[in-house]
Design a protein around this ligand. Sequence first.
Ligand code: ADP
Ligand code: TYD
Length: 212
Amino acid sequence: MKGKFITFEGIDGSGKSTQLRMLADVLRARGLDIITTREPGGTTLGRHLREAFLETKETVAPMAELLAFAADRAQHVEFLIKPSIAGGKIVISDRYADATFAYQGAGRENSAEQVNQVIALATGGLKPDLTLFFDIPVEIAISRMSVRDESQAKKNRMDEETAEFYSRVREAYFEIAHREPERFRIVDASGSVEDIHISVVGLVDGLINLDV
Ligand code: ADP
Ligand code: TYD
């Protein structure tokens, strides 16, 4: 089978990581050669960058944030994503370039033109074959995040953003869905974990079966 590149997107707390783990288990059980990864932090350099810019307490300039995510991505594309696809693997990444368009573009209000230029430089034009956008109302995502923060993961700088910020990010994802309906599929992420999982497997099967 030819290598494939699948990305998961959505606002924080939309349930992406939960669904990515479940999908990976199913694909591995079928004997498929898959790699799961994430942005930021899919490489060793990326993990250092992730820690530096998600955990810092200082004010971060919007341009510095844009370029930091781009540096993480350039390293990830060059040393993990591209070689894995070339080796025939299915790469599934928790976030990729659409997150920069949504968060640094609409969220931080950098100009869309600049953001797109930086994305093009960092990715060398590499686009996913399929992107699943886990869509959820902002209030539900925020309440899920507060449960998660109490129970396990520590909060990062982006988790402290306002509902208005996340609404802008969500709208930007809808804009991509409108522009690229073939690649960018909307998954209703407000239902049960199991129901969402069934939709995810259906969408991914569509991609993989086209190319066996
Ligand atoms: P993300 O990676 O998009 O930030 P997570 O997968 O970490 O989201 O999920 C955020 C929180 O919501 C976690 O505590 C997770 O257990 C919970 N969660 C995930 N999916 C659902 C769902 N469908 N319904 C209710 N809670 C969910
Ligand atoms: P993470 O803990 O991975 O969030 P989640 O599990 O909710 O996806 O933190 C990543 C944060 O970085 C998240 O708030 C989204 C943000 N981000 C950007 O702002 N731009 C980007 O290009 C990427 C990849 C992530």
